[in-house]
Design a protein around this ligand. Structure first.
Ligand SMILES: [Fe+2]
Ligand SMILES: [Fe+2]
Length: 293
């Protein structure tokens, strides 16, 4: 097989996944510094089941606002637009994909826990490490492995074989997929991101999350998502199909970031790791709530 062949099978099936209005709006605006996110809040309000979930989460112990948030507008005032946008994006995307799409090969609840974890960590990392903010970190984290959903849905047997191979060799899916598909989930993710009309930094982070040094201009988001992905694996947040042992500071993506941001050299990695711990519970809550009808 090859990327072209995989894409052909997906296109022919007529079952290209679609994303809902809220998620599409957030993705379109991602990375645009002058974006009007008021439109996102309005779109959330137009979607009663999504609005109800956003309010449930805003009133949960995570934010210490128990019972105070009665409307999306109020949530924006209390938590800030970025926070509400991220919650709405996670919940709507997970809902869009939680039907039958994706097939039976994979534990998709664990998959979304992993994806939400990577999104939260990517954004927190950007803030804690004082990296330049592109605005696409969260969305890129949430969708970095979207190619796996496509492979799992359209090629359940072949994808199942990849999972077996990765488990047997204790390596990541990305390393074994080319043997079976002639391509891998990052390349396929890049294709669907383009098909969905995502902005360039977002596309590039999805496409290069395993090879951030090839991402060119946009390599910082790709490197951040790459490290957030490693981190989620170390912390065992959810399960994205990979079985690997990782060491954060030995990773080339870390060297890539340090090269651009010399202040990272002095970072206390152990402390930084602890600071990211609280994202674990939040990722679980998002994955669980997102999958509820
Ligand atoms: Fe991946
Ligand atoms: Fe991943």
């Amino acid at each position: 097989m090859s990327l072209e062949r995989v894409v052909e099978v997906i296109e022919r099936s007529g079952e290209l996944p679609t994303i809902g209005a809220v998620a599409a709006e957030v993705m379109r605006l991602a990375g645009d510094p002058s974006a009007d996110f008021g439109k996102v809040a309005a779109a959330v309000e137009n979607d009663p089941s999504l609005a109800a979930k956003v309010l449930r989460l805003a009133n949960s112990p995570f934010y210490g606002l128990r019972g105070e948030v009665a409307s999306v507008e109020r949530a924006v005032a209390l938590l800030g637009m970025a926070q509400v946008r991220n919650i709405a994006l996670s919940l709507s995307l997970i809902r869009d994909f939680s039907g039958s799409y994706g097939g039976e090969t994979f534990r998709w609840d664990r998959f979304w826990e992993h994806s939400a974890g990577v999104a939260l960590i990517a954004e927190t990392m950007t803030r804690l490490l004082r990296l330049p903010v592109s605005g696409t970190e969260y969305a890129a984290g949430l969708l970095h492995d979207v190619g796996k959903i496509l492979l799992g849905h359209h090629f359940p047997q072949e994808f199942g074989r990849c999972l077996d191979l990765a488990a047997r060799r204790q390596v990541s899916l990305w390393e074994v997929e080319p043997e079976v598909f002639g391509t891998h989930h990052a390349e396929l993710g890049g294709w669907i991101a383009e098909r969905w009309g995502f902005p360039t930094p977002l596309r590039s982070a999805i496409r290069y999350h395993h090879e951030p040094s090839d991402a060119g201009e946009e390599h910082e988001v790709a490197a951040v998502v790459h490290l957030a992905d490693l981190f989620a694996k170390v912390k065992q947040i959810g399960f994205g199909g990979d079985r690997v042992a990782v060491c954060f500071s030995d990773d080339p993506a870390w060297a890539l970031l340090v090269e651009r941001q010399p202040h990272l050299e002095d970072l206390d990695l152990a402390r930084f790791t602890l600071q990211l711990d609280q994202e674990v519970e939040m990722a679980r809550a998002l994955a669980k709530l997102g999958r509820e009808p």
